[in-house]
Structure formats: structure tokens, C-alpha cells
Design a binder for this molecule. Structure first.
Ligand code: ADP
Length: 822
């Protein structure tokens, strides 16, 4: 398009009509190279037009960068005339254009032709002004300084730009250069473009850069703070993450120390070399493991368990017989024989300390003080005491432990008890050895045999510990209620001491001397707070307990103390401490208030002689019992009925009894065919309690004989013994307890098998004093003693026999032996 020169108001203006290329967010400055991408139709048209003409363009910024198709009003009227230097087609429809600004120009008018926006523009000349050269220099320097600062703060400036600015130049050019090459807002740049006075423009640039520096400083401050905050959070997160790793690392570190500690402790134990090496090896394995792994837990438990064992810890044994006697007497009334045996044992121990391997076994009914006297023995010997209960143990692993490879494996009871005792030469009480069972998981008795065997127990190996432990210094004492269920090999290794039931008098003594004071103290009462006479105690024993020992008695006394304590405490609260009641008296008549209605009738012996009713004596693991057997013969067809919860042996024994009576029917004076048209019913009362054993043979035979003959049985006679078909009386066990039961029940005469005669010496003196014993070899003696025949009547065909001497009370029993009848 032709150039026109016009002269207006004295000014010579250079007009030009050029295609307009609207810039978005950009401002072009004269003498600057600038490149941008073009994509919009309006811009394409402008480019096209320009390329057709003289490659000149008018570049002006649009006011709002969001406008897609700008019109006249959307464009600034001051822009830059540029020359296209290069056009580059980009992938897609875009074109990259490189232009060079020529001069500033202002729009006089816009026009549209062939979809292309044209502007009639006129050149704007910049004004260098009349400012002094110095001032200009000063301004340039100021700009340079600020720009340098700005460049250090802004990360968007290239080094070239900075160098160009530092290189200096004319203020107008520098101002434009800075404006073009710094990331300022396009409005600001437009403002600078429109400022034609060079110095002013430079001043503005300096101010703007100053502002920018401030903003950048604030920004960087904020960034710094933000970064700090973010950093703090990140740091924490990072540290936490690291901590886990560090913990692991530290764990290994700790672990190292832990292992070292283990090693030191292991060495300090001064174990035999083999054991020490094994433990050190385990500690070494621990070192190589993940500290928190399950397996390392197992090893740690193992090492801890091993370290706790008293490998070399012993207490000094000090046996002073007089002192031992004093200690035993202090804790227990009576039990003289037991105490003597224990003192003998201690005497041997003190004379021959090297003698090892004796195992005591205290046998007796529950509550007779077996456990508690063992405690006193430990005290008397100055040994540590540990107790392990064998009741219900069926698994060998209970004694010997589980291999540590099993989950939850533990050492066996022996090792646990030793750890508890904390000394290698402790006294180990094995309670209820008779209650031990065996099943498919192995026989615990076999393991115990090894424990108690002097030959083997110096190298006892628990499955868990896996190291030999010397048990030879341990003193083993076992307790049992009966010897019958203790495996023979085990029993052979033990020295048995029997403790028998207590008599009423003994119980009363024990209660008054030991149980009552003990319970008073337990319940916070003083002796003066409770008055309970010996006589009342005897009544309490009779009416509220029926036992061989004193366990239930102790419970009853505890109950009395509890009630008394409550009465005193209630009174104190009601009346205050001064007036309150200080003493509670328990008598026979107010006993019910404390213990409820009496459980047992005092005298359970029938006062009358009856036909077919006989007092039998039974022995149970809780002591002796008197049991009555009843026999009725009724018309029938020869049936035998046996009731009362009897075991197989007892049933067989009942059948044998019937046969025995039948075979001696003639002698008894009854028709031998009596059973043909009668039924015999044998019954043991208290049917809820299971009964078994052969020792009621004589009792049943006597009852049947009485029932078929119609001769009553003496109510004050009790008997025990097994019977053969031919009427021989066989020996039985538990005589001591049985006779005690008879004595307690007020029986005057007890018939025992002749073969048990030697056992009569062991019977409690008080029983011997009060009861007459008749030893019988055959049923004839039994029947002669028990049946109350009319004076002239004797058993037919029986050998003449002497009547039984009546042994007065308090005279040692005389034993009478009679001839055979069957
Ligand atoms: P066991 O072990 O025989 O079943 P315990 O040793 O448990 O019996 O005794 C039960 C209670 O009876 C304990 O409190 C005990 O002190 C007490 N005892 C038993 N016999 C006597 C006695 N002769 N002298 C003092 N107290 C006794």
C-alpha cells in the first residue's frame, strides 16, 4: 500500500495502512525481535496480507486476552509497526512468526477488507528529552543496579538479557529492552509503549523494576515461609519415614547390645562348656535375625527362660535337729510319728549330706496337713520351697516341657518350679502324685521316674530347655491320698510316710491351737474378740464336719470368724467405737446363727439290733466311712437284686456272699433251698455315692445270713473283710481309717480279717482303747460275733466256741480268734 505523507497542524505525520495482528498478552517494542505463534483466523489473514505486501504489520495488544475475535474497540490504539523476519509452519495449523519492531505507531482508523483487519496508523516519535547526560547516566546505572538485583531474585531472566542491560545504551532503548524482556504484565508494558518520552519511560521502568524487586522479595519471603512450613511437614514425614528405617537400624544396634548382654549373662552363669556354647550359639542366631520377627521372639523367650534357671544358685543348708523339731511342733499339732520320721530323715541328711536321692512320700487323706508340714520341713532345713501339682497331669510334656519349635512352647513343671524356687537345692513338693494319669501323649510317670532317679536326674533334660540340668541337689517330697494308683516303679523309689485321719480330740486340739488362731488373725480379730470353748469346738466338729482331715473344719472356723467380724464391725458402725461390742461368743446353742443347721446327726449308729442290717466299713481316699448294708428276703423266684450304685467287684462280691450263705444254710439252720422261692435284695444306702471293692464281703454275708435266719445283728458291731465262697475271711486294706470311722460312729466291736492282725498295731491308740477287735478267719467267727442269737441257740453243726470276751473301754484291745464253720 502506497505511503502517504500528510501535513496536519504543522506536524508532519507519516501514515500507513497496515494489516493488524492483535497480540494476546504480548506487547511488541520497536527495535526488538519478538516471536510468537499465530493460530487465529484474523491473525492468519493479517500475516497473509502482510506477506503479500511489504511484510509489514501493525502489532497491537488486545485489551482482554480472553477475547477470541477482537474488534476495533478491543484493541489498544498504540502499537508497533513490525517487519516479518521469519515464518515457520508448526505442526497443526499454527505458525511461528519472528518479527522486528520498527517504530511506535498509533491507530487513526480501523477497517475490514477481505476478512482482514487493517489500521491506518501514523508513526509516533519518541522524545529523548532535554535531561542532562549525567542524569541519564545515573538513571541507566540505577536501572542496571536494580536490574541486577531483579535478575538475582527472578529466575525467569536469561543471562544474555542481564548482560545486555549491563552493557548500557540509550535510555529509551534500554527502557524498551527491559520492558520487552522482563516478565511484566502486558498492561504495564502497554503503558511503557505509550510513553514516548524516553527518560520518563526509563524512570517508569526503574520504578517498575523496583516494585518487582519488592514483590519478588516478598514473594521469596513468603515462599521461604511456605517452604519452611512445607519443609517442616515434609521434614516430619521424611523423618518419620526415616525413623522406621532408623528404628530398624537402631533395632539392629540395640539388638547388638542385647545380644552382647545375653552373652555376658550366659558367661556369668558359668555353665558347663557344652551348655554355654549352646546358649551362646542361640544368642548368635538372634543377632542374625530381624529383631521383630516371631522367630527371634522364640529365641529371646528361650534365652530368658534359661537365664532365669538357678543353674548354680544354692542356699546354705543348715540342719539343726532341735530347731527342726521346734519348727515342726510350732506349725503342727500331733503327727508325732510323721515328725519322728521326718527328723530321722533330717538326721541322716545332716550326717551324710552327700547321700542323695531319698524321696519322701506322705500318704494320707485330704486335709491332714501333708502339704503344710512339707512347708515346715523346708523351713527346718533352710531350703527354698516350691510346689507343683501333679493332679490331672496326663501329658509327659507337662513334666518335661514342649520342644521350643512348637508355638507357645514352655518348659515343664519341674523347671518352672525350680525357677520359682530360685535355688538348685530347693525342696520340691510334688502334690497328688496318685492323681497323675497317662494317655496317648506319653506317660508322665516315666518322666517322673527319671526325675526321681538318682542315676539319671543329674542330667535331666527338659524338652524346652534342651540342656542337661542337675536335679540331684533337689529334695523331692511327694504327697498322695492313696498308694494304690501310684505306678509301682515310682512307688519303689519313695520312702512312704503315712499320715492317718484325725480323731475328734485331735481335731479339736488342732482347731483350738492352730486353726482358730490362724483364722482369727486372717480376719483381723483378736483372741479376745471371739470366745469359742473346746466343748463348742467338739460340737462344731461333730455336727458340721465329717472328714478325715481338718480342711472343712478350717473352712467352718473361717465362716465363724467372718460372721463374728461382721457382727463387731456392724456394731462399731452403729454405736461408734467406744460402746461397740468387742466380744462374740459362740456356743452350741447359737452355732446355727453362724453355720446354719447342723449337717450331720451326732450319732449315726442305729440304736437297735435289726434283722438284715449290718454296719460295714469302707475306705475311700478321703478317709474311712461306716456304711450300712441292708438285706431283705422276700417271697419270689430266686432272684438276686443288688442296688446302691455298686461297682463290678462289689456286685461279684455280693453274689459270692449269697453262695457262701447257701453253702452253709444247713449250719445256719435254714432250708438249703430257701432261695428257690425267695428273692434276695441287697441294698447299700446313700445310693448316690459309687461304691466298689471286695471288702464288704463279710458285711453282705452277715446281712444275708441275718435276713434268712431272722436273727438280728448287733447294732454296735461293724466289720470289714473279703469273703470267699467257702466262707474264708480275706485281708483288706485301709484298716486304720476304717477303724477310725467305726470309732467315730460309736461302734463297740469291730470284726477284722485275721490276716490283718499285724495292722492292728498301727491303729490309733484312742481307737484301740475304745473299740474291741475280733479277728476272724472264717465267717463263723463273724456270725457268732455279730448275730444276736437267743442265749440257748447256737449254730447247728458248729464247733463249740468261747463267747467273746467283753473288752472294757480304755483297756488295750484283746484279739479273739474263733474256729471254722464253713
Ligand atoms: P493336705 O495337704 O493333707 O491335704 P493341708 O496341708 O492342705 O492338707 O492342710 C489343710 C489345713 O489344715 C492347713 O491349713 C493345715 O495347716 C491344717 N492342718 C492339718 N493338720 C494340722 C495339724 N496337725 N496341726 C495344725 N494344722 C494342721
Amino acid at each position: 500500500m502506497a505511503q502517504i505523507k500528510e501535513i496536519e497542524t504543522g506536524l508532519e505525520l507519516e501514515y500507513e495502512t497496515l494489516p493488524v495482528l492483535p497480540l494476546r498478552g504480548l506487547v511488541a517494542f520497536p527495535d526488538m525481535l519478538i516471536h510468537f505463534d499465530v493460530g487465529r483466523l484474523i491473525s492468519m489473514k493479517a500475516l497473509e496480507q502482510s506477506m503479500k505486501d511489504n511484510q509489514r504489520l501493525f502489532l497491537t495488544a488486545q485489551r482482554d486476552i480472553r477475547t477470541d475475535s477482537p474488534e476495533e474497540d478491543d484493541l489498544y490504539t498504540v502499537g508497533t509497526v513490525c517487519t516479518i523476519k521469519q515464518i515457520l509452519k508448526l505442526p497443526g495449523d499454527n505458525i511461528r512468526v519472528l518479527v522486528e519492531g520498527t517504530h511506535r505507531a498509533a491507530v487513526e482508523a480501523f477497517s475490514m477488507q477481505d476478512d482482514c483487519l487493517f489500521a491506518r496508523v501514523f508513526r509516533l516519535e519518541t522524545d529523548p528529552g532535554r535531561t542532562s547526560q549525567r542524569r541519564k547516566q545515573a538513571l541507566v546505572r540505577t536501572l542496571q543496579e536494580r536490574f541486577e538485583d531483579y535478575a538475582t531474585l527472578s529466575s525467569h531472566l536469561s543471562r544474555d538479557v542481564v548482560l545486555t542491560v549491563l552493557d548500557g545504551g540509550e535510555p529509551g532503548y534500554l527502557a524498551d529492552y527491559v520492558a520487552q524482556n522482563t516478565p511484566l504484565g502486558f498492561e504495564i508494558k502497554q503503558g511503557l509503549l505509550e510513553e514516548l518520552r524516553d527518560v520518563r519511560r526509563l524512570e517508569q521502568v526503574i520504578r517498575i523494576i523496583g516494585n518487582e524487586i519488592e514483590i519478588l522479595r516478598i514473594e521469596s519471603d513468603l515462599q521461604e515461609k511456605l517452604k519452611e512450613q512445607v519443609d517442616k511437614n515434609q521434614r516430619e514425614y521424611y523423618l518419620r519415614e526415616q525413623m522406621k528405617v532408623i528404628q530398624n537400624e537402631l533395632g539392629e544396634q540395640d539388638f547388638g547390645n542385647e545380644v552382647e548382654e545375653y552373652r555376658e549373662k550366659i558367661r556369668a552363669l558359668k555353665l558347663p562348656q557344652e551348655s554355654e556354647e549352646k546358649l551362646l550359639k542361640e544368642a548368635g542366631r538372634l543377632e542374625k535375625m530381624q529383631p521383630l520377627s516371631a522367630e527371634s521372639g522364640v529365641i529371646r523367650t528361650y534365652l530368658d527362660t534359661c537365664l532365669e534357671l538357678p543353674w548354680n544358685t544354692t542356699t546354705k543348708e543348715n540342719i539343726n535337729l532341735a530347731e527342726a523339731r521346734r519348727i515342726l511342733d510350732r506349725g503342727h499339732y500331733g503327727l508325732d510319728k510323721v515328725k519322728d520320721r521326718i527328723l530321722e530323715f533330717l538326721a541322716v541328711k545332716s550326717l551324710a549330706p552327700q547321700l542323695k536321692g531319698q524321696v519322701l512320700c506322705l500318704v494320707g487323706p485330704p486335709g491332714v496337713g501333708k502339704t503344710s508340714i512339707v512347708r515346715s520341713v523346708a523351713e527346718a532345713m533352710g531350703r527354698k520351697y516350691a510346689r507343683m501339682s501333679l493332679g490331672g497331669v496326663r501329658d509327659e510334656a507337662d513334666i518335661r516341657g514342649h520342644r521350643k519349635t512348637y508355638i507357645g512352647a514352655m518348659p515343664g513343671r519341674i523347671m518352672t518350679a525350680l525357677t520359682q524356687a530360685g535355688s538348685k537345692n530347693c525342696l520340691l513338693l510334688m502334690d497328688e502324685i496318685d492323681k497323675m494319669g497317662a494317655d496317648s501323649r506319653g506317660d508322665p510317670a516315666a518322666a517322673l521316674l527319671e526325675v526321681l532317679d538318682i542315676e539319671q536326674n543329674s542330667t535331666f533334660r527338659d524338652h524346652f530347655i534342651e540342656l542337661p540340668f542337675d536335679l540331684s541337689d533337689v529334695l523331692f517330697i511327694t504327697t498322695a491320698n492313696t498308694l494304690d494308683t501310684i505306678p509301682r516303679p515310682l512307688l519303689d523309689r519313695m520312702e512312704v510316710i503315712e499320715i492317718s485321719s484325725y480323731t475328734e480330740q485331735e481335731k479339736a486340739e488342732i482347731a483350738m491351737r492352730h486353726l482358730l488362731p490362724k483364722q482369727l488373725e486372717k480376719h483381723g480379730l483378736k483372741k479376745s474378740n471371739l470366745s469359742l470353748s473346746r466343748e463348742t469346738m467338739v460340737y462344731l466338729i461333730d455336727a458340721y464336719t465329717r472328714e478325715a482331715g481338718v480342711r472343712r473344719l478350717e473352712q467352718q472356723i473361717a465362716q465363724v470368724c467372718r460372721k463374728a467380724a461382721k457382727i463387731i464391725a456392724d456394731d462399731q458402725q452403729a454405736k461408734g467405737t467406744t460402746e461397740a461390742r468387742k466380744r462374740v461368743t459362740v456356743t452350741r446353742s447359737n452355732m446355727e446363727k453362724f453355720l446354719g443347721t447342723p449337717r450331720y446327726k451326732q450319732d449315726n449308729v442305729s440304736k437297735k439290733d435289726e434283722v438284715g442290717v449290718v454296719n460295714g466299713l469302707a475306705w475311700t481316699s478321703v478317709g474311712g466311712e461306716m456304711l450300712q448294708v441292708e438285706v431283705n428276703v422276700i417271697p419270689g423266684t430266686g432272684k438276686l437284686e443288688i442296688t446302691g450304685n455298686l461297682g463290678k467287684v462289689m456286685e461279684e462280691s455280693a453274689k459270692a456272699a449269697v453262695t457262701c450263705v447257701r453253702s452253709s444254710a444247713k449250719d445256719l439252720g435254714v432250708d438249703p433251698m430257701f432261695y428257690k422261692d425267695s428273692d434276695i435284695h441287697i441294698h447299700f444306702p446313700e445310693a448316690a455315692i459309687p461304691k466298689d471293692g471286695p471288702s464288704a464281703g463279710v458285711t453282705m454275708t452277715t446281712a444275708i445270713a441275718s435276713a434268712v435266719t431272722g436273727i438280728p445283728v448287733r447294732h454296735d458291731v461293724a466289720m470289714t473283710g473279703e469273703v470267699t465262697l467257702r466262707g474264708r475271711v480275706m485281708p483288706i486294706g485301709g484298716l486304720k481309717e476304717k477303724t477310725m470311722a467305726a470309732y467315730r460312729a460309736g461302734i463297740k466291736t469291730v470284726i477284722v480279717p485275721a490276716e490283718n492282725e499285724p495292722d492292728l498295731q498301727d491303729i490309733d491308740p484312742i481307737v484301740r482303747e475304745n473299740v474291741e477287735f475280733v479277728t476272724a478267719e472264717t465267717m463263723k467267727t463273724v456270725l457268732d460275733t455279730a448275730l444276736r442269737r437267743p442265749a440257748q441257740e447256737t449254730v447247728r453243726a458248729a464247733e463249740p466256741h468261747t463267747t467273746l470276751p467283753v473288752v472294757p473301754a480304755a483297756v488295750p484291745a484283746r484279739i479273739t480268734r474263733q474256729g471254722d464253720i464253713c
